[in-house]
Write a protein that binds this ligand. Structure first.
Ligand code: SAM
Ligand code: ZN
Length: 301
């Protein structure tokens, strides 16, 4: 599968890599739906994404306000060095072949789009449970499709279809990553390190990162070969609007009222210097047949 030269529809281009969340059969696209051979049908939303969460929806992902805040913060470019590291490592370590790039819990598709620019022959797929995020991800890149999926359930992606899986600050299930990767496929993981946004955690009240997180992440990928490890360390100057966006897009949005957040931000210098400390690691699948065989226990965020 080569990259499209014209305005091909990204959902059509990745449809052959998807599978029905109900029966596991291959999917094809018609004008308004994705369909399997058994007759299960999934509507394609006006914005271009389709929801492949089979059965009852157990996770809704980020709400519209969190997604809007994430879009604002990422759009301001503060995490550009993180996206650049992801793109360089993905392009540098991806196996040969036409495996797609799957961004797991990919949110607005922001990082996926930068990775696809560095991988011009590949198509991309953003998976997320949030409708608000999918609406944006469907427009993030001409080679990227967006699909509603729950990362804690079997993924609606065919075994061995992915050359690269991205997992950026999001939940991930390692067994399913292993299953969807092609032989020699890679997963590129970005995760916060202790110290990440620490100044905001102290002042606004509590973004704590478990010091054993890097260790736990490495252990969860013990069935893979780690082929690269990089730290992205920066200091960024955030104005109050940026601080509001970064707080509103994360877990603290659920713990603070609007007034509490506004009062806490008003006490900060403007701009405030903040630490960004992120670990980006690349793990290569040892599976020769793309049929993941590891434990079924998903790895917590
Ligand atoms: C911290 S955000 C990261 C988004 C994106 N990777 C980025 O860095 O911009 C976590 C994402 O996980 C999604 N999410 C949470 N639980 C999920 C689940 N069970 N299945 C799929 N996505 C989920 C949220 O909707 C959100 O977009
Ligand atoms: Zn089906």
């Amino acid at each position: 599968m080569r990259a499209p030269t014209g305005a091909a529809d990204p959902l059509e281009l990745v449809a052959e890599r998807l599978q029905c969340p109900i029966c596991g059969g291959p999917l094809r696209r018609d004008e308004r739906r994705l369909l399997c051979g058994t007759g299960h049908a999934f509507d394609i939303a006006r914005q271009g994404y389709a929801n492949l969460i089979g059965g009852r929806r157990r996770h809704r992902g980020d709400d519209a306000r969190m997604v809007a805040a994430r879009e604002r913060f990422l759009g301001a470019g503060h995490y550009r060095p993180v996206s650049a590291a992801l793109a360089e490592l993905a392009a540098g370590h991806a196996p040969a072949g036409d495996g797609i790039v799957v961004d797991l819990a990919g949110g607005t598709g922001h990082h996926l789009s930068i990775v696809l620019d560095a991988c011009p022959d590949r198509h991309g797929l953003c998976l997320d449970a949030s409708t608000a995020a999918l609406r944006r991800a469907a427009r993030a890149h001409p080679r990227a499709a967006a699909i509603g999926a729950d990362v804690w359930a079997p993924l609606p992606v065919r075994s061995g279809a992915a050359g690269v899986v991205l997992s950026v600050f999001g939940p991930r299930g390692v067994a399913e990553i292993e299953r969807i990767l092609c032989p020699g496929g890679i997963v590129v993981v970005a995760a916060p390190l202790p110290g990440h946004l620490a100044e905001l955690g102290r002042l606004v009240g509590g973004i704590g990162i478990d010091p054993r997180k890097p260790e736990r992440l490495a252990a969860s990928f013990r069935r893979f070969d780690r082929v690269a490890l990089r730290r992205v360390d920066l200091r960024v100057a955030l104005g109050h609007d940026d601080v509001h966006a970064v707080m509103a897009m994360g877990p603290s949005a659920r713990h603070l009222t609007d007034d509490e957040l506004a009062r806490a931000i008003a006490r900060l210098p403007d701009p405030v210097e903040v630490t960004v400390a992120v670990e980006v690691s690349v793990h290569r699948s040892r599976c020769a047949d793309g049929q993941g065989r590891s434990t079924k226990t998903p790895h917590p965020r």
